[in-house]
Design a protein around this ligand. Structure first.
Ligand code: HEM
Length: 471
């Protein structure tokens, strides 16, 4: 192969798939269809070039912000002027109830104060030890398969992150088993997660939405399961002495013990249940997608794969300690961060403006929809070098510090920043290390995977991979 062909091939491998942005505006019907099928295809050339794009659409008056200073203004400096918008609530609230992700105002402030101690670095450290057995279990299940068999790795990652949550949240005390719960979750995301034109057009809630009706069975299933888990745990707590070491508790015990530091009040049973579902809903598909895309990107870049394998081999004796240490597994961490830059698991944040405001020199009228899209922001031509290419090196120590805090938002920012960020990063680093240490992954699809937004950013139809044991 000639040198120019080698370079072209490398560049191709470094430029993973993404919808090609259109340079024309969409009509009302096309916009609704794209919103429902794959909102990623709505972004136009202009969004990746301009710091702010404002205008009227079928969603009302909207302002798409990709200017880091303006983002800081909306999420932090004047954060009190912005609330989660009605469309987002219509998608998330039926499943997640009044959990931390969906509540607003004083209820949110109280919940955040009460739940913050559950995710301190020290708590995450204690929870990290509980992550190891479920991850090792997934590795063992994969090792039992016929070598070289093609599997949908996104399903494996969904199972892995579910098992980690089941263990850290409620010590795996799940009545119906992981498979039933996982299936209900997938069903929920596939039905409720599709944006309904009736919600977009602001139709009254009493008009039935097809997706919502189909999601009902999953929502009822969650409610029953969580109810049973909480009731069982309360019965168990009555019959056993309190766990003396707070680090020995799972998150359910911690939720039941949690007290608002200002008022000393605990959470109601309904709030405990809603937050369990919220932690699963918010922490399951997101981390699974981060791992799935990381594995894909690693499979496409043999030089990166070699570096990750070397890192995994050096920490094989104690991967948990290495995943918790900020200065080890630096390339593994950089790959996950770069994967979440190109394919942010939460590709879009949205807010409604409570009162008129200005950001980045643009007026934001009262009631306007403000969209901050990590997907657009992370590929913005003015903010990144080679924005469409996979270069994990940009997240290595020395380079990472040069990235503007508000140009990279996989976990959001400001008071509503992801409460599970350290939990998720520890899990992803530990998971990727153990997977790369044990197996070689090769992409086995006929065509490149198609990134699709359905609440989270996933590969449409899954991620087929050939998996072989390394040793
Ligand atoms: C790679 C994995 C994850 C990603 C990319 C992610 C991303 C995000 C983002 C972007 C937000 C902010 C949403 C907004 O501002 O509108 C958020 C909020 C939240 N996340 Fe995560 N998350 C992840 C994992 C987790 C995990 C593991 C948990 C819990 C165990 C979790 C629990 C939450 C909760 C409860 C909120 C709401 C916080 C609040 O409103 O105060 N997330 N997440």
């Amino acid at each position: 192969m000639a040198l120019s062909e080698v370079i072209a091939e490398r560049r191709k491998r470094r430029t993973p798939p993404a919808p090609i942005p259109s340079d024309r505006e969409f009509g009302r019907l096309e916009l609704l269809l794209r919103l429902r099928r794959n909102p990623l295809t709505l972004w136009r050339e202009q969004h990746f070039q301009d710091p702010i794009v404002a205008g009227k659409s079928v969603l009302g008056y909207g302002v798409v912000i990709s200017d880091p200073a303006a983002i800081r203004h909306v999420l932090v400096e004047n954060g009190a002027n912005y609330q989660k918008d009605a469309l987002q609530r219509a998608i998330l609230a039926p499943g997640l109830g009044e959990g931390l992700l969906t509540v607003e105002g004083d209820a949110w402030k109280r919940a955040r104060r009460t739940l913050a101690p559950l995710f301190t670095p020290r708590r995450v450290e204690a929870l990290a030890k509980r992550m190891l057995p479920p991850i090792a279990g997934q590795v063992a299940r994969m090792a039992q398969r016929r070598p070289g068999r093609i599997v949908d790795i996104s399903q494996d990652m969904t199972r892995l992150t579910y098992d980690v949550l089941a263990e850290t949240l409620f010590s795996n005390a799940i009545a119906g088993g992981a498979t039933a719960f996982g299936r209900a979750l997938t069903h929920y995301f596939a039905t409720q997660g599709k944006i309904d034109p009736l919600d977009v057009l602001g139709a009254p809630a009493w008009i039935p939405r097809i997706g919502r009706l189909r999601a009902r069975s999953a929502i009822d299933f969650f409610a029953r399961q969580i109810d049973a888990i909480v009731t069982d745990r309360q019965a168990l707590r009555m019959s056993r002495p309190a766990i003396a070491d707070p680090d020995g508790r799972d998150l359910l015990d911690a939720l039941l013990d949690a007290r608002d530091p200002e008022t000393g009040t605990g959470l109601s049973e309904a709030e405990v249940g809603a937050n369990i579902v919220t932690f699963i809903g918010a922490g399951h598909e997101t981390t699974a997608n981060a791992l799935t895309w990381s594995l894909y990107l690693v499979a496409m870049t043999p030089d990166v794969r070699e570096r990750l394998e070397a890192e995994a081999d050096t920490v094989a004796a104690d991967p948990v300690a290495a995943a918790l240490a900020g200065d080890r597994l630096t390339m593994t961490r950089a790959v996950i961060e770069e994967a979440m830059r190109l394919y942010p698991p939460v590709p879009s944040l949205s807010r409604a403006a409570l009162a008129e405001d200005h950001a980045g020199g643009v007026a934001i009228p009262k009631g306007a929809l403000v969209i901050i899209s990590p997907y657009v922001l992370h590929r913005h031509r003015t903010l990144w070098t080679a924005p469409r290419q996979f270069w994990p090196e940009r997240f290595l120590p020395g380079e990472r510090e040069t990235i503007d805090r508000y140009a990279y938002l996989p976990f959001g920012a400001g008071p509503r920043v992801c409460i599970g960020q350290q939990f998720a990063m520890t899990e992803a680093v530990l998971g990727l290390t153990m997977l790369i240490g044990a197996f070689r992954f090769d992409y086995a699809g006929r065509d490149p995977p198609v990134p699709m937004q359905q609440i989270t950013l996933r590969p449409q139809g899954g991620m087929p991979m050939k998996v072989r044991a390394r040793r």
